[in-house]
Design a protein around this ligand. Structure first.
Ligand code: PGA
Length: 261
């Protein structure tokens, strides 16, 4: 696992955007794994700016998003379909027919999840997966206690996640946050060729410790990434605040940069 500790979310977003832009330049038909939430918003802005400046094109890319709330239509303004369209897809040249987000309205959820997995496989697998992290250590909507091998599935959300999401979305109305979601599993995420995880702010401190230095345990699903062989964690000073080896990670980063950590 590579750990890049940066000053703030601004710097972290810049670094993440650079990694994605380099990836797409090197392989224009990149299969992108994308995330929602407050964390990637700035990075998506930077990708849109880079596209507008003629620095990169996404027209040959395909994308797969991590998750979607169960029961929300793609047009719902709190759905992850809507988030992706308004935060990124409408501002770059990706072919929107090649963008995929799990179906929150599926009647046969198991079949829909299997179809999502099959579509990722048919696309050749995810080349680069972006992740945020929940304050409880979830990635995508894989909540504490979930299987570390699971594939795309439906998941009942924890009270913590519902509260976290109401704070930032749904106008703060907790009763409007759906209680279930469809999510790529830890097993699906582990299959991505490269993983870039972003963690910003003091609220993510405990999750980051579990991710980087904690035992691998279902109680902290992100800890499974310790077994991924190309995972970079980009966190700001606040999110890194409780890492035991913080100074060592900074030293390595100063010596070798992202590519060789
Ligand atoms: P956030 O959510 O980016 O809104 O903090 C991250 C997550 O829950 O994965």
């Amino acid at each position: 696992m590579k750990v890049a500790i940066v000053k703030n979310a601004e710097e972290g977003s810049k670094l993440a955007a650079e990694i994605f832009i380099e990836q797409v330049k090197a392989k224009p038909a990149t299969v992108l794994g994308l995330a929602t939430g407050s964390t990637p918003v700035k990075m998506y802005k930077l990708l849109a700016e880079a596209y507008k400046a003629g620095e990169v094109s996404f027209k040959e890319c395909k994308s797969f998003n991590l998750d979607e709330y169960l029961g929300l239509a793609p047009e719902h303004d709190q759905s992850y379909h809507y988030f992706m369209k308004t935060q990124l897809f409408d501002h770059i040249d990706i072919d929107q027919a090649q963008t995929n987000v799990p179906d929150g309205l599926a009647t046969d959820i198991a079949a829909s999840c299997q179809a999502y997995e099959d579509a990722i496989t048919a696309a050749g697998g995810i080349d680069i997966q972006l992740l945020g992290i929940g304050s409880d250590g979830h990635i995508a909507f894989n909540e504490p206690g979930c299987s570390l091998a699971c594939r795309t599935h439906s998941q009942v959300l924890t009270q913590q996640t519902i509260e976290d999401n109401a704070r930032l979305f749904f106008g703060g109305k907790i009763e409007e946050v759906p209680t279930q979601a469809v999510t790529m599993g830890i097993g699906s995420i582990m299959d991505a060729k490269k993983v870039v995880l972003l963690a910003f702010g003091a609220g993510k401190q405990d999750a980051v410790v579990g991710l980087v230095e904690g035992p691998v345990t279902a109680m902290c699903p992100c800890s499974a990434l310790q077994y991924h062989n190309d995972c970079i964690v980009i966190c700001d000073e606040e999110a890194a605040g409780k890492l035991q080896q913080k100074e060592y990670y900074k030293y390595i980063f100063s010596q070798t940069g992202v590519s060789n950590i």
